[in-house]
Design a binder for this molecule. Structure first.
Ligand code: HEC
Length: 210
């Protein structure tokens, strides 16, 4: 009896070893991505900013790019009042009255009802986001719509600086680069997010968030 139980244990252990070492079957489809392909996809920037590429930019440079690269056409010259989400809080912006591309000049401070998630003065990224790196990451991967991926790192630093300066988060002369950007003190840094040094890959960025 005892030896049969021993045999069973041995068989189970052997079976487990088998699962561990078994090769998953190949189906003859797909291929391993090349290192270059992985690099092209692997562009996420975490709150610590350690993935940021080298580069630099200022708000002054960003102001020109904002017009040259077509941001103003969608987001409004003043950064609010356009078709696209508010980038510069109309309550903070010193520019006005707005001359938005869609002819909605003279609009009240609160934009008209918009589709959820609605971006307005209160939750414009520079005001609401806990980390400045989020803005850099968003512009880098998603803007300008239709020409994503065409901005150089320097241009993304400059545009981020412009948006942060116009929302009175940084000064006009501040230079943003891969070291200074993650250190920008965001107005909502303590609002609901973990401090960057406590954040690890795989951990939710927001506290108390399911
Ligand atoms: C063709 C119109 C268009 C152009 C051009 C454009 N944007 Fe956008 N932008 C949008 C739209 C639409 C969204 C919202 C997208 C979404 O929620 O998926 C957006 C979102 C954003 C956001 C995130 C806003 C938030 O709080 O969620 C940022 C930042 C931004 N754009 C910056 C820029 C910058 C900088 C440029 C110029 C380089 C630019 N955009 C050019 C249409 C545009």
């Amino acid at each position: 009896m005892a030896s049969r139980r021993l045999l069973l244990v041995v068989m189970v252990v052997l079976g487990l070893c088998q699962i561990g070492t078994a090769q998953s079957p190949t189906y003859g489809v797909g291929r391993a991505p090349t290192a270059e392909e992985i690099r092209a996809w692997d562009i996420s920037i975490s709150p610590t900013g350690k993935e940021l590429p080298p580069g630099r930019g200022t708000a002054k440079e960003g102001a020109q790019l904002y017009v040259q690269k077509g941001c103003a056409g969608c987001h409004g010259r003043t950064g609010w009042g356009g078709r696209a989400p508010v980038l510069i809080s109309s309550k903070i912006s010193k520019d006005g009255p707005p001359v938005p591309a869609n002819g909605m000049a003279g609009m009240a401070h609160e934009p008209p009802p918009c589709l959820a998630p609605c971006v307005n003065d209160a939750n414009a990224m520079a005001i609401h986001s806990p980390f400045a790196t989020v803005i850099w990451d968003y512009i880098n991967r998603g803007m300008p719509i239709g020409k994503e991926g065409t901005l150089t790192p320097n241009e993304v630093y400059a545009l981020t600086a412009f948006i942060l300066y116009k929302n009175e988060v940084i000064k006009e002369g501040d230079v943003l680069d891969e070291l200074s950007l993650p250190k920008v003190k965001m107005p909502n840094a303590a609002g609901f997010a973990l401090p960057p040094e406590e954040w690890k890959h795989g951990r939710p960025r927001l506290q108390n968030y399911p």
